[in-house]
Design a protein around this ligand. Structure first.
Ligand code: 5AD
Ligand code: SF4
Length: 439
């Protein structure tokens, strides 16, 4: 018997890429690959790239450059680039870096086995199509491999919103929702393999409208169907757009027992003028109304958001409006970004805010967010929350997991295993985590 080939995948960017990397590993498992976490041990290296941040392509090229000596030592080593940089750059990658054997865009992963075979035949393989066939159906999960307690499950891909700063509509294409029955089959399979918490993923996950029994299913309907799966304990979803917050979603947050009290709802800016220039098609006021309705439905819901500072034409007054909005909401977490240009997007052509102004605004924004994050964490002290334990902690006898509100929690207790969901009383709030005791 020949030894299995080893696959090293390096994943950049969002949770959807994490999910895709898993599925790619499974697809190549059928070709005789087993995963390795060392590039120097691999027969195939796959970079699953992200294009959302600045200089993404440059980072990929510099990473690829590092593999030169590996390939010199092992001429059979195959090197591939997947993900959004692969989609955006295409053939240019092979031109610029002859080490690369394979380039595959996010919509073509189900064709990986054929592309891999092509590289083994000594050819270069490139696929950046947006094919009609259902990639996820073709990328069937290998059954029965055991899983940790949490999993991602992509239900929707792509985006039709065209925010003026964002490359997603270009790299991931138009919004597509997977059929509900396939998602439910995959969810049941994950639960059989030990998963207790599923996070539904999509670039615009709350715009989900997949085919299902009786017609079109909304995200809320999908969540209710997941709620019926025995053994599944927790449901989350991300990322949502304020304009797609429908009545049934507010309702599901108030009434569905397994849906966790947490929502990531990016607003990007608190200035209506900038929101308009961003092509966000909502206002600060309409966003605040979403938050009000969410809190009315689920008073303990924890909110997180994304913010961009230094978008073209942003004035100090616009930035102040963002700070005001953050004060009004009170976030549990937030992800803060300096605007950076993406070639091909409308905002890239506009007059840019100077770098030092962006830096200054980012610092002030982060200071406010850190205060809010800390306050949200401190407010948990004395409360009882559910914690899904995932793994041993740093100290002997410690176990760590995530609370219902997605805070990292550690306890020191006997008889707790990964996958256990227990009630925990929070006793202390640290820099980045909470300490608790079993109830
Ligand atoms: N510059 C800065 N931040 C960006 N994001 C997306 N595109 C850009 C860009 N060009 C941020 C947005 C989005 C998050 C995933 O990344 O805040 O919500
Ligand atoms: Fe990008 Fe806007 Fe679509 Fe989100 S909603 S993926 S920020 S274009």
């Amino acid at each position: 018997m020949t030894a299995p080939k080893k696959l090293y995948i390096k994943t950049y960017g969002c949770q959807m890429n994490v999910y895709d990397s898993e599925r790619m590993a499974e697809a190549l498992g059928g070709q005789g690959y087993v995963p390795t976490d060392r590039a120097d041990d691999a027969d195939m290296i796959l970079l699953n790239t992200c294009h959302i941040r600045e200089k993404a392509a440059e980072k990929v090229y510099s990473e690829l450059g590092r593999y030169k000596s590996l390939k010199a030592d092992k001429p059979d080593l195959k090197i591939g680039v997947a993900g959004c940089v692969a989609q955006a750059e295409g053939e240019e990658i092979m031109r610029r870096q002859p080490l690369v054997d394979l380039v595959v865009g996010p919509q073509s992963y189900h064709r990986l086995p054929a592309l891999e075979a092509k590289t083994r035949a000594g050819e270069k393989a490139l696929d950046t199509d947006f094919p009609e066939d259902d990639k996820f159906e073709a990328l069937k999960r290998r059954p029965k491999a055991a899983r940790g307690p949490t999993a991602f499950l992509t239900v929707q891909e792509g985006c039709d919103k065209f925010c003026a700063f964002c490359v997603v509509p270009y790299t991931r294409g138009a919004e597509v929702s997977r059929p509900a029955d396939r998602i439910l089959t995959e969810a049941r399979d994950l639960v059989e393999r030990g998963v207790r918490e599923i996070t539904l993923l999509g670039q615009n996950v709350n715009a989900y409208h997949g085919a299902g029994a009786g017609g079109d299913w909304s995200l809320a309907r999908l969540i209710w169907a997941l709620n019926d799966i025995d053994g599944l304990e927790r449901i989350r979803f991300t990322t949502s757009h304020p304009n797609d917050m429908t009545d049934d979603l507010y309702e599901v947050h108030g009434t569905c027992p397994k849906l966790m009290p947490y929502l990531h709802l990016p607003v990007q800016s608190g200035s209506d003028r900038i929101l308009k220039r961003m092509n966000r098609s909502h206002t600060a006021e309409s966003y605040l109304r979403c938050i009000e309705r969410l809190r009315a439905a689920r008073p303990d819901i924890l909110l997180s958001g994304d913010f961009i500072v230094g978008f073209p034409e942003e004035t100090e007054a616009d930035f102040q409006a963002t700070l005001d909005l953050i004060e009004a909401v009170g976030y549990g977490y937030a992800y803060t970004f300096k605007y950076s240009t993406r070639p091909g997007t409308p905002a890239a052509e506009r007059v840019q805010v100077p770098e030092d102004v962006k830096d200054d605004r980012l610092q002030r924004l982060q200071a406010l967010i850190t205060r809010q994050q800390r306050a949200a964490q401190d407010a948990m002290v004395g409360q009882e929350v559910g914690v899904l334990f995932e793994k041993p902690g740093r100290l002997v006898g410690q176990m760590v997991g995530k609370s219902d509100h997605l805070h990292a929690v550690h306890v020191t207790a006997k008889g707790v295993s990964p996958g256990d969901l227990r009630q925990v009383k929070i006793v202390e709030s640290g820099a980045n985590s909470l300490a608790g005791v079993l109830v």
